[in-house]
Design a protein around this ligand. Sequence first.
Ligand code: AMP
Length: 506
Amino acid sequence: MDSTIMHYNLNIKSIFWRIEKLYKDKEIISRTHEGIVRYTYSDFALRVRKLASLLKANSIAGETVASIAWNTHRHLELYFAVPLLGGVLHTVNIRFHESEMDYVVKAIGDRAVFMDKDITYRNSTLPTFVFDERYDDDINSQEPTRNFPDVDERQGAIACFTSGTTGKPKGVVYSHRSIFIHSLSLLAADVLGISSSDTVMPIVPMFHISAWDLPFASLMTGAKLVLPGPRPKAEDIVKLIKEFKVTVGAGAPTVWIDVVNYVERENLDLPLKVVVTGGAEPPLGLIKKLKELGVKTYHAWGMTETEAIATVNKSDNIERISEQGYPIPAFEVTLMDPEGNELPWDGKSTSELVTRGAFVAKRYLNDKSDTQIRWFRTGDVARINPDGSVKVVDRLKDLIKSGGEWISSVDLENAIMTYEKVLEAVVVGVKDEKWGERPIALVVKKPGRDVSEHEIIEYLKSLNKFPKWWLPDKIIFVDSIPKTSTGKLDKKLVRDQLRSIIESSK
Ligand code: AMP
């Protein structure tokens, strides 16, 4: 490279420099199995340096290692110590079955496993570090590592596998550079606008897409960070928000549905400023309720392959907040048909959303093909408004094709969930001899409320939003709806269950 051209590695070391030099007294609060741990950025940085020495002492510095852990300070220390030494932290989904854990650990070639003490996964061939008092003592007894290498920004830092609801999980590696740029992009005023005066609580798990990079972004800007620990329930979340004056909370819509219901039931307030929600479209009823509670919703869209949040909608217009919003800096979108032709951004043309940018995966782990992906095909079907705001209609595979026309399962679900007696709903297509597929809804009633199939259909008609042939053929009431390991409605499982119910009733 021409030595007169400036070059500076956008790496984790650069974020770590800010943590140590600029925000010494800022706090990190962590809910653990043993209770609340509260320490400063300075204490955190020292622990990272000591943990790095522990990695070296165990000959795993610069290697790929697995973490199977909740959102705690111990997990956060690994987020830094491992990549600072040039290694990759592979965050394993806690909700994976043990055989899936084994599959991903082998697929990436992990050299050690770090895990919370309630995790049952055992791997007899790899050194295993369990987060307990002895682990803390082992770290504390180390001399802090003085110098970290200036790792090339294109090297991997964190790895994560997709949730694998359609086949084997696929691995994606995030580079130092992609984490740095994505974190900066999140901090922009028109994106999340997080600053050093915020207190951020990522409820979204650190084992999936690095909790949307919020821990990196928060520490980069000196925000107070609250990590909600093992299996946080609505009650724990509300307690942490109140006790530590959280300003920004981030999690999937299902988390916020639980929180809002809990707050309503217990007649409490919710002193948050902002809820960042993504991973699935938030029901309108949820956003309205949050607004009533004085909380602003930022609606974000993203996926494992785009390093989580990639578009955001902060509209004050409640009618437009179901849009997934505008691409954030260093990320581009467009619509593409199956032949690769781009479609206009007219708010009407509907096709697959394709993306590219600084934090979009080039290829999956162990994919040996050299095809450079120019546009990454998301598998989401969308429209784009002339102003650039994206509206995701459905997953390609979840759209229902009835009589040759498409029905959006997401639109129906969200409409059903606006009914006051409904807690949750999922709509899937089932085979139909005449129409090809027809929609069927599974509905969970709000606790203590009774509602009939007829009532819901009449409600949908009264919205004047759907043609008659969109209305579900059947509504089945259930106690709960199966969720994927990342908290989304598991439509594949719902379809399988419905298929076996239908077969057995023949
Ligand atoms: P994952 O890689 O497991 O995070 O799943 C990514 C998928 O979740 C996307 O391709 C979308 O289908 C869906 N998704 C994420 N965020 C949203 C959102 N805000 N609205 C609708 N669907 C979403």
